[in-house]
Write a protein that binds this ligand. Structure first.
Ligand SMILES: [Zn+2]
Length: 285
């Protein structure tokens, strides 16, 4: 599933291709989007800005509307030159935005809605910029308060809440716990204030480190690029614990554990040597 870093890089690529040029054509397989295009045609408008908010991608138009999309598990945006072959079947196309130079195609984008400024503000699923770990508006004190409001939950589960830290997904969840030495099953309430601050700092740092490098690519794929939390970019060396169950910890040599965790049954990885529960117990991997 794309995490905040992927959506940020997608927004950057779409902004680079589309912003400041008039839209020449818009199409969608979603009747509601076509209906709003009938009411206020996008053709002739310009893309004024493209931004990510956590896992949401927002395309703002000069007419005041905003197309909000969420990729869930399989959605993606590609950018092509006219006449260039698409990397996915036409049947997967859900949304197309064209300019004189480029065609932006939303493939299998499962959630898409055209917003007015008012309805965008009212949509509580779309996080504000102050909640987005990649935003300059991110507020650490408020994030600490939001995390501590889930004191009864395991840290790993609370980290996935997009209304707590928008942009952190399942890979970063395990990596944040590892680099801060926090056991993923540790309750939020058991953390000291300093630990809460450190966990939030690690979340921002790890996600941000994955958007600094700007390849200039126009197609942002989710499988092709290696996400990295260690200082190594070699294949198989770029993450501390995620996907490494049964392998030795890069720091202490203990065997990395894996377990399905939380209300949404997401997979979690940790090192029993580096990440201890405060009461000395551990959870079987
Ligand atoms: Zn270890």
């Amino acid at each position: 599933m794309p995490e905040g870093d992927t959506i940020f890089r997608t927004a950057r690529a779409l902004g680079r291709a589309l912003a400041g040029r008039p839209i020449t054509a818009f199409r969608s397989t979603y009747p509601k989007l076509m209906q709003s295009d009938d009411d206020a045609p996008l053709a002739g408008q310009m893309v004024s800005r493209v931004e990510s908010r956590g896992k949401w991608l927002l395309i703002h138009f000069s007419g005041g509307g905003t197309l909000a999309t969420h990729m869930l598990m399989n959605g993606s945006w590609h950018i092509y030159r006219h006449g260039q072959p698409w990397q996915q079947p036409r049947a997967n196309m859900r949304i197309v935005l064209e300019t004189v130079d480029y065609i932006a195609v939303g493939f299998r984008v499962p959630v898409a809605r055209m917003h007015t400024p008012e309805s965008l503000r009212r949509d509580r699923r779309i996080p504000g910029t102050e909640i987005d770990v990649l935003s300059a508006d991110f507020d650490v004190q408020e994030a600490m308060r939001r995390l501590l409001a889930h004191g009864d939950e395991a840290v790993a589960d609370a980290l996935l809440r997009q209304d707590v830290l928008a942009g952190v997904g399942n890979v970063f969840k395990s990596e944040i716990c590892f680099v801060t030495g926090v056991h993923p099953y540790c309750k939020v309430a058991w953390l000291s204030e300093d630990q809460v601050r450190t966990v939030i700092g690690a979340a921002r740092k790890l996600v941000r480190a994955n958007v600094l490098e700007d390849s200039g690519d126009l197609i942002v794929t989710y499988g092709g690029r290696r996400r990295r939390t260690t200082h190594e970019s070699k294949p198989g060396a770029s993450l501390w614990v995620y996907g490494r169950h049964g392998e030795p910890c890069r720091r202490c040599g203990e065997v990395i554990r894996r377990r399905i965790q939380g209300p949404d049954a997401r997979v979690t990885f940790w090192c029993p040597g580096c990440q201890k529960m405060p009461d000395g117990t551990d959870v079987d991997g």
